[in-house]
Design a binder for this molecule. Structure first.
Ligand code: FUC
Length: 817
């Protein structure tokens, strides 16, 4: 079979090789005219966190670029062990009154002890984060594809030169090139957005030089066979009760130009081909009982369309997402010539690489586009990339910050549709969550606790100290509401209103009056995942009315009432929510001037704890703003100072957003620099010195956890554009390091797309395009020279220092200074 090949913008090095130029070629040869949105390495990966991730929202590959053997880690977003289970303890609510009574009496330690025996899930829960063989299950690596190469003349494979490996972010293509002996080899990798298979293309600048064998590998639960020309691996996961659970299949086939096919019982290969394409299809039977049929037909279809066409439509479909937003903060061309790991090191030493910030921002968007897809699942703790069977924390959905952080870039960076898998996951929790609400709180409505999986887990975790948080559902609902705020889509709001309403119904029934002030509080609960010291010297995590819970419930009662008003329904329920809301605990300022984390001003057991749950109301919520609540904003600053500027990767990313909301650009930039600190370790580390960034720009908790990538990406946007406080503000937290720059395609609440440019920290131009009819309010610096709507000068009504513009769909508002 032959195929056409149109060369994409590829490594300058290989072009030079082809032309016979023998200069020493390093990454520096990537010249400056183009803006290289790429991660670049100059050797094969020695660790998984040096490999470059490709994904199309469903399947993912991470090739290591090896010379003699290349190992490609394979993923499929739905591949989970475990199974649906009933983990609700039906008698749990019988101990609820007792637990609450102990909390009312200030005996939190006793309440917590009692919960261990009465108020946790039934069974093993998440298996303490190692749940692959219990019913909770784990997200798992699908397996490994090994490519064992043979090179003509058997050169020493360690003697390669001119090596370069890169991931080009703007077309979702990875490439690798090197010289061995006299021959230049080139590989391209993609996980096709159009064909839904992975493709690896292998070429050399001399004919008949492509020879390799393919094998699959997996530590367990796999059988490999050769079917016609395809290498097939299949198996079933452990369902957690000793039986077979989810089935999976991977199928690889080689299409070559020239060469001789070889095959063994568990191997296929090619010898002396001019070029070769490896097509790889991966499926599971999650919601697709006919997956083996799908698996093969995807492969057949992709091969039929031919590589050039596949590549073009892949780039077109990926680009339709990626190209919606741009960022330019200026660049340091010298640094762009370095490998990405060196670039990180240099940045840690002296900053001064705004191109790296742009790269990190766009990488966040890239990772989101590649790890979720409408109709499938949201990105898990590792997006869709895992290289083990027991993924850390089961690679699940933690809902006390982590899953939500994954979606923070979705709206503001113009990838709104990618919010839908999280929205669908939330909807799917309503039914099991109703049962959990009855079992644990004897309440109507639905609840979910801190963790969930793809099997609808809504019970508390196995340890109340972290597993008892019951406002995770409210936090998920905040995303459903935010999606409405950004899209103005009333039909969508109507479709999710029952989910929001039933969550609020749950809280309206489970809140109890605490005796000291008569406030309505959640109980029992936690402030994730911190603990405090009781007057008796003991430490506890279980409390009532944690500040985060109060904020989440107050916010939810507010937007459910507002949604009811918009949809012209449930006015009595809305009124009731407003009345309840007035009885929730107010924010309190503690002895250090900090925003109090608990109802009582307890001493934190760990003052620098990674979670900053009590600042939910500052970000992602909007109850605390420097303008609206200056005293609380000041208390939030004190809280952040007490917590410090370190922490795990995601913790640093969250604090970027917090400081952005506090309008402190330089501090936000400092936290961003903390997030970009190079990290080599890969063990679990929770400490204040822990987090940072791996060579492939994956966020290090450590271990790898993707939330920090997404939180950092969203934080960069939050520094440049905000719309959470009822108005749009440009450059609210611009650091000195970003004095001149521009962005385009960012989104604001009200469904507007914003482009802006600035010089010497002063706005030059702002353009807002309304995507639906909407009233936009702006807080702008005074003195705009021209204000135009659809090109015509106008004077807009202004209220105080706010400018108001009611725009129709496609209207363009432009301001120039
Ligand atoms: C929460 C965090 C941990 C980790 C885990 C996946 O429990 O406290 O740091 O991110 O989720």
């Amino acid at each position: 079979m032959t195929f056409n090949f149109s060369r994409p913008t590829w490594l300058s090095s290989l072009l030079l090789f082809t032309l016979g130029v023998t200069c020493t070629l390093s990454v520096d040869a990537q010249t400056a005219e183009s803006r290289p949105l790429a991660i670049v390495m100059d050797r094969p990966a020695k660790a998984w966190v040096e490999t470059l991730p490709l994904g199309n929202g469903r399947i993912g590959i991470m090739p290591d670029g090896g010379i003699a053997r290349e190992t490609v880690v394979l993923n499929e977003i739905s591949l989970w062990s475990g199974a649906p289970q009933d983990a609700d303890n039906p008698a749990a609510y019988e101990s609820l009154d007792k637990i609450r009574q102990l909390l009312f009496e200030g005996k939190n330690d006793e309440a917590q002890d009692l919960m261990y025996s009465t108020f946790v899930c039934k069974g093993a829960g998440s298996g303490l984060g190692s749940g692959k063989d219990v019913p909770y299950g784990s997200y798992q690596m699908l397996g490994l594809l090994n490519i064992d190469y043979t090179y003509a003349g058997r050169p020493d494979t360690a003697a390669y030169s001119h090596y370069q490996r890169k991931l080009q972010m703007d077309n979702a293509l990875s490439e690798c090139g090197f010289q061995l002996g006299e021959v230049n080899y080139h590989r391209e990798y993609l996980t096709s957005f159009s064909d839904d298979v992975a493709i690896i293309r292998l070429t050399a600048n001399k004919g008949r030089h492509i020879s390799f064998k393919l094998t699959f590998d997996r530590p367990e639960r796999m059988a490999v066979s050769v079917e016609e020309n395809d290498l097939v691996m299949q198996g079933a996961m452990n369902n957690g009760s000793g039986g077979d659970g989810m089935h999976y299949m991977a199928r690889a086939t080689i299409v070559s130009k020239g060469g001789k096919r070889i095959a063994g019982e568990q191997m296929v290969g090619i010898e002396n081909a001019d070029e070769a394409l490896i097509y790889l299809s991966m499926t599971t039977d999650y919601k697709n009982p006919r997956h083996t049929f799908t698996n093969r037909s995807l492969l057949v279809k992709a091969i039929k369309s031919g590589y050039s066409r596949s590549l073009l439509s892949h780039e077109r479909q990926f680009g339709a997402w990626f190209n919606r937003a741009t960022l330019d903060l200026g660049r340091n061309i010298e640094r762009e010539g370095l490998t990405t790991n060196r670039r990180l090191t240099e940045f840690a030493k002296s900053g001064n690489d705004n191109g790296l910030i742009e790269l990190y921002f766009q990488y966040g968007r890239y990772l989101l586009i590649c790890s979720t897809r409408p109709g499938l699942l949201p990105p898990n703790l590792q997006g869709l990339w895992a290289n083990t069977l027991q993924t850390p924390w089961n690679g699940d959905y933690h809902m006390n910050i982590n899953l939500q952080m994954n979606l923070w870039p979705a709206e503001v960076t113009n990838l709104s549709e990618l919010h839908s898998p999280l929205i669908e996951l939330t909807k799917s929790l309503v039914e099991p969550g109703r049962k959990s609400a009855k079992a644990f709180y004897n309440a109507n409505g639905w609840v979910t606790h801190i963790l969930t999986n793809i099997w609808g887990y809504t019970s508390p975790g196995e340890h109340p100290s972290w597993g008892a948080t019951n406002t995770a559902g409210a936090w998920m609902c905040q995303h459903l509401w935010e999606h409405y705020l950004f899209t103005n889509d009333t039909a969508y709001l109507r479709s999710v209103y029952p989910v929001l309403k039933e969550s609020a119904l749950f809280f309206s029934e489970m809140l109890v009056k605490e005796p000291q002030h008569g406030w309505l509080v959640t109980a029992p609960t936690t402030s994730p995942e911190n603990s405090f010291i009781l007057p008796n010297g003991k430490t506890a995590a279980i409390c009532m009315g944690s500040t985060m819970d109060n904020q989440l419930v107050r916010e939810q009662f507010g937007y459910v009432a507002e949604a009811a008003r918009i949809l012209n329904t449930d006015s009595d329920f809305a009124l009731k929510l407003q009345q309840l809301s007035a009885q929730l605990p107010p924010h309190q300022i503690g002895k250090y001037g900090q925003l109090q984390e608990w109802l009582d001003d307890y001493q934190e057991a760990e003052p620098q704890h990674r979670h900053v749950s009590q600042l939910y109301g500052l970000h992602p919520g909007n109850q605390i703003t420097p303008e609206g609540t200056p005293e609380l904003a000041q208390a939030a600053r004190v809280t952040l100072d007490r917590r410090g500027d370190g922490g795990t990767g995601w913790s640093r990313a969250w604090k970027v957003n917090h400081w952005a909301r506090l309008a402190d650009g330089n501090r936000a930039y400092k936290l961003l620099s903390q997030l970009l600190v190079p990290v080599a370790t890969d063990g679990y580390d929770y400490g204040p010195q822990a987090g940072g960034t791996y060579p492939n720009l994956f966020c290090a908790h450590p271990p790898f956890q993707i939330d920090g990538n997404f939180g950092g990406c969203a934080g960069i946007a939050e520094m440049l554009l905000q719309s959470h406080a009822g108005y749009i503000e440009l450059l609210p937290a611009l650091p000195d390091a970003w004095a001149t720059g521009s962005f385009s395609g960012f989104k604001v609440r009200g469904n507007g797309v914003v482009d802006a440019s600035w010089e010497n920290k002063s706005l030059k131009q702002v353009k807002l395009t309304a995507q639906s009819h909407s009233l936009f309010r702006f807080k702008f610096p005074v003195g705009a020279k021209t204000v135009l709507v659809n090109g015509k000068p106008i004077s807009l009504p202004s209220k105080g220092d706010m400018l108001e513009a009611e725009l129709n769909k496609d209207d363009i508002l432009e301001l120039n200074w």
